[in-house]
Design a protein around this ligand. Structure first.
Ligand SMILES: [Zn+2]
Length: 283
């Protein structure tokens, strides 16, 4: 692992910690809890000591911004990275140095405490009280953009329809084509996608993907980041069921299909629709 510990200077002339940039976790309470964010009172002897910011720090040379934000949060406070749901990320690019804020949801408003010397306190701050604090300048700049970011959507993919939209020989191997689409979705679940998040321009969204497969593609298995639903009967019915099962969990549901009748059925359940081309352009 190549440590990113060290000072550098960005194109705007600021001094920053993190040779490969830095990343932090804007952790929020889950829906149903009073809205709050996990903030850190930075230790006096740290850079911008005495200000409030988010848990985070220097990226290592071989980790993604999401990995760095989760790792740093786990090192600095009583946060278990395995239980955190990543929703979105936003890059504040200074030129030659960038800070990535990872917006995420905690499983509960669990007790928070510092784990190392970098924080004098770590606590849940109600949304309405954040602006009254003396904020770290970097966090203060992005907070107005990020405070309204919604949870990442669920994207339900009508595999047969989307696979059928690109003439790559899918008709010779329907299961193989569905597996290729699944693997593209899995990659996008890791990197996030541009253009789906509501909120600031340049936000990457980290959707939950549900791939509905039918017929000869029914044996395609799930992979990390993609739930696979094998339709027992009609694929359309399975898509509608998947959408109905997610109503009320507070996330936008987007269905990827060009099938007109199916679009009407899921539209009646308040789902948004996206054409196959629109989905493939995101990946
Ligand atoms: Zn800078």
């Amino acid at each position: 692992m190549t440590s990113g510990d060290g000072w550098t200077t960005c194109a705007a002339g600021h001094r920053h910690w993190g040779l490969f940039g830095a990343a932090g976790l804007l952790l929020r309470t889950p829906p149903g809890e009073p809205p709050a964010v996990a903030l850190q009172l930075r230790a006096e002897r740290s850079h911008h000591g005495g200000t409030w910011g988010i848990l985070g720090g220097a990226r290592d040379g071989d980790e993604t911004a999401v990995e760095a934000a989760l790792r740093e949060a786990g090192e600095e406070a009583t946060v278990d990275p395995a239980l955190i749901h990543v929703e979105a990320s936003y890059v504040d690019d200074h030129g030659g140095w960038a800070y990535t804020t990872v917006v995420a949801t905690a499983p509960s408003a669990m007790a928070l405490a510092p784990r190392n010397w970098e924080s004098d306190a770590v606590r849940w701050v109600p949304l309405a009280e954040v602006d009254a604090l003396d904020l770290h300048p970097g966090f203060g700049r992005t907070w107005p953009l990020l405070r309204e970011v919604g949870p990442a959507p669920v994207v339900v993919v009508d595999a047969a329809n989307v696979v059928g939209s690109r003439p790559d020989g899918w008709w010779k191997d329907r299961a193989g084509a569905a597996a290729r689409l699944r693997d593209q979705l899995a990659a996008a679940a890791v990197t996030g996608v541009l253009g789906l998040a509501d909120g600031a321009a340049g936000l990457r969204s980290f959707p939950r993907f549900v791939l509905v497969v039918e017929g000869r593609a029914r044996d395609v298995g799930p992979v990390a980041g993609v739930e696979v639903v094998g339709a027992v009967g009609s694929g359309d019915d399975a898509v509608v069921e998947a959408v109905a099962g997610r109503a009320g969990d507070g996330r936008r549901v987007i269905v990827a299909t060009a099938d007109r009748e199916l679009r009407e059925r899921v539209g009646a359940l308040s789902a948004e629709v996206l054409g196959p081309r629109g989905l493939l352009d995101l990946l």
